[in-house]
Each structure stands twice: as C-alpha cells, then as structure tokens.
Design a protein around this ligand. Structure first.
Ligand SMILES: Cc1cc2nc3c(=O)[nH]c(=O)nc-3n(C[C@H](O)[C@H](O)[C@H](O)COP(=O)(O)O)c2cc1C
Length: 403
C-alpha cells in the first residue's frame, strides 16, 4: 500500500528516495523532515563525517503548495563529502589510478560483499552497506511520521545502555507497568533524550556513558548498546494474526532489524518475560472509564500480532561499530597474508543515532498497517474512516456480547 525505495552510495553525489502511497492533502513541512535528518546525525561518539555533512532534504516531486498530491514524493539529500570523493566515485570512466581496498573489516559487509557481487575492490561493498543510506530512510519515514501525527500517533526513543552501562532507574519499567502520566506521548521521550549528548534520560547516566566512550576511544575501540522506541496513540487493531507476514510484532522486528548493526529486537518485556511466571508476564484486562484496557503493558502494546491500543514498546540492540582504530585480525586479499583489519574514518558509537533511525522505521511500519486498515485517497477520507472505526469500537464489542 505504501512503499519507499532509497538509492545512493555513501560518498556518491547524493542519496535519493521515492515514497509512494500516502493520501493527498497531507500537509508537509520540510522543516519536520530536516529536523529528523539532523537528529540522525547527532550523538557523542560520531566520527568526522557527521561534521562534514549537514543533511537537508530537497523535495523534487509529489508535493504542491505544502500538501501531498497523492503522487510519488521524491527527495534528494546531497553528500557534501562527495566533492572530496569525485575522482574515486566517478560514474563513468575507468578505475585506473584509484587505489583498491583489499583488506576486509571483520563485522562489516566488506568480505561478504566482494564474495557475493564479484567485486575487485572492497570500496564497492562499503559504499552501499554504509549506514549513510539511513539518511534517505529517515527522510522517507518522516512522511510516515507526519501522516501518523494527524491521528495523534507520536513516536520517540531513548538510549537504554551503551557498552553495558545501564541507568539506575530504567524508564522502561514505567512503560511496562503502564505507570505513565495521563498526557504521556512518545515524542516527549525524544524531546527529553535529545537534550542529552548520548540520548539518555538521566544526567548521571549520561556522564557514566561518556566516560565509557572516552575509554573506548582511548583504546581505539568501539561500543554498541540498547535503545527503546515507543509509539503512543496507536489504535486497537493494527496488524493481524491471520497471516505470518501480517503480524504487527513480526513486521516491527523486521523493520528495526533492518537497521545497520542492529542484532536483536524485542517487543514489550521480550527476553525478560521468558524467565518469569505467566502471572508475572501478562497484562490483566480491566475496565477503565468504561473502556476495556490492560492494567500493565508488558506485552508492549501488541497481542496476537494486533495492536492493543497501549503504547508500542520496542527494544533494539546495536552491536559495536566494526571499524576499529586498534584493529583485529584480517587477511589482505591481494597477498592472502594475515594483516590488521583496515582502519577507515568511522564512528566510535552510533547508538543515539540508531535509536532515531529506529523511530523512523517504527513510524514506517505503523503507517503501512494504518494505511492498509483505514485506506483513503485523501487525508480527509482516511480521517473519516479512522474516526468512524474508533468511535464505534467499544460500543460494537458491548453490543455483540450483550446479546
Ligand atoms: C547510525 C549508524 C552509524 C554507523 N556508523 C558506522 C561507522 O562509522 N563505521 C562502521 O564500521 N560501521 C558503522 N555502522 C554499522 C555498519 O553500517 C554495519 O555494521 C554494517 O553495515 C554491516 O551490517 P551489519 O552490522 O548489520 O551486519 C553504523 C550503523 C549505524 C546505524
């Protein structure tokens, strides 16, 4: 129903994306897209590249006088660094004179890329496997965020840990206990975590993490970490149990796992719940203000592949960055001799940015299900469909069972 593609190499001229399937008349403010792009570039521990780039989207089509037309929206993000790479990244001509990269980095896509695509230069693997691509994703998914916001759905994130440094009071517990203020909205989480250079919620925690990152830098090493992405305002009924590929939790796991270096995803209390009794894991069903809901939200807002109406809570784990300044072992493909892995300009830590990309990917998946359920060629039509469904939901349940 909705889809997007991205194109572009890390040091190519630009990244591009085509976004399709959103209804017409959706108001788009480019500042909102650029805000998300800026957030993706943030975080203590990023490398030099993020100092060179100041990402901004140029909209090329699909929007007129600030509103979607219903036609494909295409966007372009220029790579400022391209000027320094123009010779190495020529579209035409020969590669003679350009030094080939022959030493693969463990944990990166270098070796698998040359093996699969029969490249004779690791640069070809690096260029598209780089997380630079996620800038185009964030731009594309911003349209999904703007769309969801029309229905009161907001998305936010925070970093839970970096290098195994966890906070004293984990905010996740509050999410699972459903112990949130009445007006809690997920974007508020980001508003708070964005104030921290590592996107955590407590200043003591921030300091401990920065110390750990400094240690990693000193050792020429890198770190990963964990993060939470949360969505609030999601109505009951997105996703389904009728097909394996239409389960909301499965699709969210897929979209978060698709982010570079993310190696684990869980929904709700996830792995933790596997160690608990059922009575400690499930969320009791209650009536609150005459509406059906759950006491707690350990399920993370999804049961049976369908949204419950409570916040969607997703946790992701990012492995440490693969490029090490004190490298581990590799093999030079030119000599087939043991060598140190190649050093390349790189981030030390990118968990704060990864969480922002996580927000984008969650927004996209929710928008996919939302558009599928509520349809509509114009935003007005989608709104009519949405309000008719949500208005009647509880009265329908009551009516059906009172018979
Ligand atoms: C925001 C972000 C920034 C990243 N920056 C780097 C980097 O500077 N150097 C690096 O080696 N890997 C970096 N990575 C991770 C690689 O892109 C990733 O490990 C690589 O594409 C291989 O994919 P895989 O780890 O999913 O197997 C970054 C990932 C993200 C999400």
């Amino acid at each position: 129903m909705i889809r997007f593609l991205t194109a572009g190499e890390s040091h190519g001229k630009a990244l591009t994306t085509i976004v399709e399937g959103f209804p017409s008349n959706l108001k788009i403010n480019i500042d909102e897209i650029n805000l998300q792009l800026k957030r993706r570039q943030s975080g203590y521990g990023r490398g030099l590249r993020m100092k060179i780039e100041s990402d901004a989207a140029e909209i090329l089509s699909g929007i007129r006088f600030g509103k979607t037309l219903g036609s494909p929206v295409s966007m372009l993000i220029r790579n400022k660094d391209w000027e320094n790479w123009a010779d190495k990244m020529k579209i035409e001509g020969k590669s003679s004179g350009v030094e080939k990269i022959t030493i693969p980095r463990p944990g990166h896509a270098d070796l698998v890329g040359i093996s699969k695509y029969n490249y004779d230069d690791i640069r070809n693997s690096i260029e598209r496997s780089s997380a630079r691509e996620t800038a185009a994703r964030v731009a594309a998914c911003s349209i999904a965020r703007i769309f969801l916001a029309e229905f009161g759905i907001t998305i936010g994130s925070f970093v839970e840990s970096i290098g195994g440094v966890y906070p004293e009071n984990n905010f996740a517990a509050k999410l699972f206990d459903n112990n949130l203020s009445k007006n809690f909205d997920a974007w508020g989480l980001s508003a708070k975590s964005d104030k921290s250079s590592v996107r955590v919620l407590e200043s003591k925690h921030e300091k401990e993490i920065i110390d750990k990152i400094k240690l990693a830098k000193k050792k020429g090493d890198t770190l990963g970490g964990t993060f939470y992405v949360v969505a609030t305002g999601v109505p009951v009924g997105l996703g389904t149990f009728v097909h394996y590929d239409k389960k909301l939790d499965a699709c969210i796991a897929n979209s978060i796992m698709s982010i570079n270096a993310v190696k684990a995803v869980s929904i709700g209390t996830g792995f933790e719940s596997s160690e608990k009794f059922g009575s400690e894991s499930h969320d009791e069903i209650i009536l609150k203000n005459n509406l059906l809901t759950r006491k707690t939200n350990r399920a993370g807002g999804i049961e049976g592949g369908i949204s419950t109406g409570l916040p969607i809570i997703v946790r992701g784990a990012m492995k440490p960055i693969s490029t090490l300044m004190s490298p581990i072992e590799s093999v030079d493909l030119k000599t087939m001799k043991k060598v140190d892995a190649r050093r390349e300009r790189s981030d030390f830590v990118a968990v704060p940015a990864c969480a922002v990309i996580g927000e984008s990917m969650l927004a996209w998946t929710l928008a996919e299900f939302f558009v599928e359920k509520f349809g509509g060629d114009s935003i007005e039509e989608t709104k009519d469909n949405f309000s008719s469904y949500t208005r009647k939901l509880h009265s329908r349940i009551k009516k059906n069972f009172a018979k």
